[in-house]
Design a protein around this ligand. Structure first.
Ligand SMILES: *Cc1c(COP(=O)(O)O)cnc(C)c1O
Length: 363
């Protein structure tokens, strides 16, 4: 048995061990083809089945109907920053954005290259230490759409309640928390997520959108950047990221086997509580960097009394088998990423380790 660590990487990130084992088992001979999934046509019936199952599982877990299309695209979530406005920000209209962190701000920046953008709310002045409360974002009724970022991977904030967009279509970048907790997914007209945080490997981006939106996609944009192209062909217009789609399918099956999002949420709640409890009990040593009611369940950000102690903690943690704890290079500190594939035991053992570290290294 290979030696595995507790993996707190922010992305690409931990995948369920069961999934990795299944990939390994099926790699040389996928379903009796005598080939790996990497070596067969994306038009082969074996792959088509994988593709169809992956789409169906995502709709099932999200609890949405067949009026939603699920797409598997390349280019990362960052390409969605451009595709969204190219498809849905028509000339003369204004798209609304909420700026809650680096990715949210990049999304708005790309939209500005396409058309009119109104940033309705920004927490930048507060060093992105919170997301707005629902009433704080007032969406003009004639907006093209409202774009929000559900979880701010770098700063460690996450919405519990989203702004009310009224009749305006609500779009969301869910790259770092999709399926990490239950959500009213049908409140969103479009959701996108790079798979490499909470859903699968790097290389595939999941888009789930209401099919009524597709009528709005303009014909004069590049074919590959038009959602309609991919929706009409179930992501098989060109060669899709086949391996990524396959692993996403396995991860979705794993989520279902855990008991679905309700059970995933219950475990994720315990995981984040284990770490935040430590922070709350020792606020002079472990300083949470965000407001309590905006705390992320997925990326927990904190500071220690000094940068030296932060470095010592991440170094010693690594030696003890807890990897990936260094904060993002733009903000420093410590970041504990607790995506779905990180077991409860990992969060509990890490909390224990951190408490021991505090005692051994007083400030
Ligand atoms: C990581 C991340 C992105 C960027 O994803 P890529 O797939 O690398 O383009 C965008 N948004 C959020 C919220 C992220 O966490």
């Amino acid at each position: 048995m290979a030696k595995r660590v507790f993996n707190f990487n922010p992305g690409p990130a931990a995948l369920p061990l069961e999934v990795l084992k299944q990939v390994q088992e099926e790699l040389l001979d996928f379903k009796g083809t005598g080939m790996s999934i990497l070596e067969i046509s994306h038009r082969a019936k074996e792959f088509e089945e994988v593709n169809n199952q992956a789409m169906a599982l995502i709709r099932e877990l999200a609890g949405v109907g067949n009026n939603y299309k699920v797409l598997f695209l390349g280019g990362g979530a960052s390409t969605q920053f451009s595709m969204v406005p190219m498809n849905f920000l028509a000339a003369g209209k204004t798209a609304c954005y909420v700026d809650t962190g680096e990715w949210a701000s990049k999304a708005a920046k790309e939209a500005k290259r396409v058309g009119n953008v109104n940033v309705l709310y920004s927490s930048k002045e507060a060093k992105y230490d919170h997301v707005p409360k629902p009433g704080q974002v007032k969406v003009p009724a004639d907006a093209a759409y409202l774009h929000v970022t559900s979880n701010n991977t770098i700063f460690g904030t996450e919405y519990t309640d989203f702004p009310d967009a009224g009749s305006v279509p609500l779009f969301c970048d869910m790259s770092s928390d999709m399926f990490g907790r239950t959500r009213a997914f049908d409140k969103f007209s479009l959701i996108y997520a790079g798979a490499q945080k909470n859903l699968g490997p790097a290389g595939v981006t999941i888009v789930m959108l209401k099919d009524e939106l597709l009528a709005k996609c303009p014909d004069n944009i590049p074919t590959m950047l038009n959602y309609k192209t991919h929706a009409e062909k179930d992501s098989l217009y060109n060669t899709p990221p086949v391996f990524g789609i396959y692993v996403v399918k396995l991860v979705m099956e794993w989520v279902k086997k855990q008991g679905g999002l309700k059970q995933i949420e219950a475990v994720n709640r315990k995981k984040k509580d284990a770490i935040y409890k430590l922070v709350d009990e020792h606020p002079n040593y472990f300083k949470g960097t965000v407001q309590k009611d905006s705390r992320s369940w997925m990326n927990l950000t904190l500071r220690l009394p000094s940068e030296d102690l932060e470095k010592k903690l991440t170094d010693e943690a690594k030696k003890a088998g807890f990897v990936g704890l260094k904060g993002h290079r733009s903000v420093g500190g410590v970041r504990v990423s607790l995506y779905n594939a990180v077991p409860l035991e990992g969060a509990e053992k890490l909390a224990e380790f951190m408490l021991g570290f505090m005692k051994a290294n007083p400030k």
